[in-house]
Design a protein around this ligand. Structure first.
Ligand SMILES: [Zn+2]
Length: 148
């Protein structure tokens, strides 16, 4: 195991620890916002994201024809999806933060699943080394710093 692997694992466990702590501080209002937002981003149809014009516009502004991870055209990878870089399951208060969102293909989204960001970087580093630079560049640095 090289140094980079070790750092990713340490950062992952730190992010996880803080994530679990914050989860218990969420208020009813946080969950209400979360529920509204979840409707906002709801994926509907193979080539569309969201059920509202607002969300479709956001997707158009924040993507081109190609997935930033695998660099394949969305049309051959199941379409576009709005992904949370830091997963909703661990960081629900970040589910309504635009810094935490990016448009990726559906295949990559499914593979990423509920992985923590550093777990995901590590996964890509090991399984798809060619994709690692793009994923590393997409790291949500400000959000990760805000967890410290
Ligand atoms: Zn992809």
């Amino acid at each position: 195991m090289n140094l980079e692997d070790k750092q990713l694992k340490e950062l992952f466990s730190l992010a996880n620890k803080i994530g679990n702590k914050r989860y218990h501080k969420l208020t009813y209002q946080d969950f209400e916002n979360y529920r509204k937002f979840d409707y906002w981003r709801y994926i509907n149809g193979d080539y569309e994201c969201g059920t509202t014009q607002e969300s479709k516009d956001w997707v158009t502004e924040n993507s081109d024809g190609y997935c930033p991870i695998c660099e394949q055209h969305y049309s051959v990878k199941g379409g576009k999806s709005i992904d949370h870089k830091l997963p909703r399951s661990q960081y629900p208060w970040l589910s309504i933060d635009f810094q935490n969102l990016w448009v990726i293909c559906r295949d990559c989204n499914q593979e990423k699943s509920d992985m923590n960001w550093y777990e995901y970087e590590h996964y890509i580093f090991v399984n798809y080394p060619n994709w690692y630079p793009a994923v590393k560049m997409a790291r949500p640095k400000l959000l990760l710093n805000s967890l410290k």
